[in-house]
Unconditional design. Structure first.
Length: 288
C-alpha cells in the first residue's frame, strides 16, 4: 500500500476534504464524507468504493479491526493518508472522532434505478428538515427490511455528514432515491403501491390498516406534514394515537412506529421471518 503522511493543517487534501462539509462543494465534486469505523465498514460491505481514506492511529479505539479496514479501502482503490492527531481533528466532524474518515462518490439514484420485490415496503420522506431525523429514518427503514427509501423534495441533502452519522451507515445498506413529490406519486401509482399518508387528522389508527402488500409509508415535515400532492393521492390515511399533552411526534419516531407495525403484520402473516436473536454479551454490549 502507498501511504501519504500529512502533518500540515494547510495541506490541500485536508482543505478539499473539509470543504465537503458544505453542500455546494459536495455537489460540485459529486463526493461525500463517511466518518467512523461502523459507517465505513457498512459502506464497504455494500460495494461502496471510497476514493480516499484519512486515518489517525492515535485516535483508533481498539487497534484490532482498523488495520483491516484500511487495507480494505486500499483494495477498493482508495488513496491512503496517514494524519497526525491535529490534522485529523480538523478533518473530523464528530466530537469524538475514531480516526477514520473516507471520501467517496455520492450514492443517490433516480426512481428509475429502483428494482423492488412484489410486496415491497417503501418509506417516503418528504421535505425532512433535520439531518438527524432523516438519518434515523434511514436506520429504521433498514431495520424494518424496507425495500427502498424515497426522499422527496429534500430540505436536507442525503449526503450531509450528519445524515450518514445518524443512519449509522445504513444509508449504504438499502436503495435511496431522490425525486420530486409529483414524480414520486406517479411512480408509486404506476407500480401498484398503496400510498399511505401519516396525518394526525386521519380517523383510522395506524394498527387498523393492513400493511402487508405493496405499501409506501409517506411522512412529511414536522411543521407542515405531507404536501397536498401526497394527500390528494393517498387512499389510505392513518394516525398514531397520542395520549399525552404533546400533539405530535418527532418525524423519525413516527416513521419507526409505522415501520414496526408493518413488520409486525408481515411477521404474523408469514410474509417475512424474523432472524434469530443475537448472542448475549452482557448489558450495554449492543447499540440498539
Amino acid at each position: 500500500m502507498t501511504i501519504t503522511e500529512i502533518s500540515s493543517l494547510a495541506n490541500p487534501k485536508v482543505k478539499d476534504a473539509v470543504r465537503l462539509r458544505q453542500r455546494s462543494h459536495r455537489d460540485a465534486a459529486r463526493l461525500m464524507l463517511v466518518e467512523g469505523y461502523r459507517e465505513i465498514r457498512r459502506a464497504l460491505d455494500h460495494a461502496y468504493r471510497p476514493s480516499a481514506l484519512f486515518y489517525c492511529e492515535a485516535l483508533w479505539l481498539k487497534h484490532a479491526n482498523e488495520p483491516a479496514l484500511v487495507e480494505a479501502c486500499a483494495a477498493r482503490g482508495a488513496r491512503l493518508y496517514a494524519c497526525t492527531r491535529p490534522v485529523f481533528e480538523k478533518l473530523a466532524y464528530r466530537e469524538r472522532p475514531d480516526g477514520l474518515l473516507a471520501v467517496g462518490p455520492q450514492i443517490a439514484r433516480p426512481l428509475a434505478g429502483l428494482e423492488l420485490p412484489e410486496d415491497a415496503l417503501v418509506l417516503v420522506c418528504e421535505a425532512i428538515e433535520k439531518p438527524g431525523n432523516l438519518g434515523t429514518m434511514l436506520r429504521s427503514a433498514d431495520a424494518s427490511g424496507a425495500a427502498a427509501v424515497i426522499v422527496c423534495d429534500p430540505c436536507t441533502d442525503i449526503h450531509n455528514p450528519n445524515v450518514v452519522r445518524a443512519s449509522t451507515g445504513t444509508l449504504f445498506t438499502l436503495p435511496v432515491a431522490v425525486a420530486g413529490a409529483e414524480e414520486t406519486v406517479a411512480w408509486l401509482r404506476a407500480r401498484g403501491f398503496a400510498i399511505l399518508a401519516a396525518t394526525p387528522h386521519a380517523e383510522r389508527l395506524h394498527f387498523e390498516q393492513p400493511l402487508t402488500g405493496r405499501v409506501a409509508l409517506c411522512l412529511g415535515s414536522e411543521q407542515y406534514g405531507l404536501s397536498d400532492v401526497f394527500m390528494r393521492d393517498a387512499r389510505l390515511r392513518v394516525r398514531i394515537p397520542m395520549l399525552g399533552v404533546a400533539d405530535s411526534l418527532n418525524v423519525s419516531a413516527a416513521a419507526t412506529i409505522l415501520l414496526a407495525e408493518a413488520v409486525r403484520q408481515r411477521v404474523l402473516s408469514g410474509q417475512i421471518v424474523p432472524p434469530p436473536p443475537e448472542p448475549w454479551h452482557g448489558a450495554g454490549a449492543h447499540d440498539q
